[in-house]
Design a protein around this ligand. Sequence first.
Ligand code: AMP
Ligand code: FE
Ligand code: FE
Ligand code: ZN
Length: 278
Amino acid sequence: MRIDLHTHSTVSDGTLTPAQVVAAAAEAGLDVVALTDHDGIDGWADARAAAERLGVGFVPGVELSCRWYAVDPAIPLHLLAYYVDPAHAELAAEMARVRSAREHRAERIVELMRADGVDVTWDEVQRYAAGATVGRPHLAQALIRRGLAATVADAFVPSMLGERWRLPKEDTDVFRALSLVLAAGGVPVFAHPRATKRGRVVPDELIKQMAGAGLFGLEADHEDHTPEQRAEVRALAADLGLVVTGSSDFHGANKPVKLGANLTAREAYERIRAAALM
Ligand code: AMP
Ligand code: FE
Ligand code: FE
Ligand code: ZN
């Protein structure tokens, strides 16, 4: 079975609609695909309908923007949450809070860019986001249109979004996120835990604490992990009794990675499903 448990649509910073992500998954020969937009679940209904039509297994998910606040400066991390109850009021409210904090942050980044002489407007960035959870890839669009970057990845160099115009998000405390996901009946998996190319990563000690707080799995096979990092994540998962997943973290045209670039084993997928049903 070909199972890809981490993708993004136009509900966050991907470029395909939720239904198009699922159609592309079917075309790529996937049997199961999860939709895991940043901090929002508005794509589930369309994705699920498309999956039923096309005979693809659908896993409803979300990628929560979290931070480990016990260290200074706090370290950001991403928590994938599968099968959360969409009607869980506290989780929904927390995701809405993070989305609105993202808007303020993007607006402030626009100000930083303008102060450096880049004539971007907040209006314009909002048009690129088109109601989605705003992220830096939407700001990258403005830079691409001005010829300041050729691709989204190029816009993330240190002289632009990667460092100079980087502002922290007001993310959810990672332990609060874990408890919200569990309270909402969901299954939490730590996304790309060793992705040093994205910035600082958390120590194994924190991952151990997260496991004690109900973390269910670790994403090992991810394009931002080297072979050594994947092996480290697998070993840690074995130590802590956690499930191992793999995914493309597909973002449509915003990233070169293809659907199905990395996969999750069937037994890991089945353990996640069984945990959701408990
Ligand atoms: P944000 O969530 O607003 O902090 O933006 C982070 C998002 O930007 C990630 O989820 C990726 O989609 C994207 N991103 C981060 N770094 C890069 C990169 N080097 N190249 C392309 N996209 C990136
Ligand atoms: Fe993203
Ligand atoms: Fe992520
Ligand atoms: Zn992602």
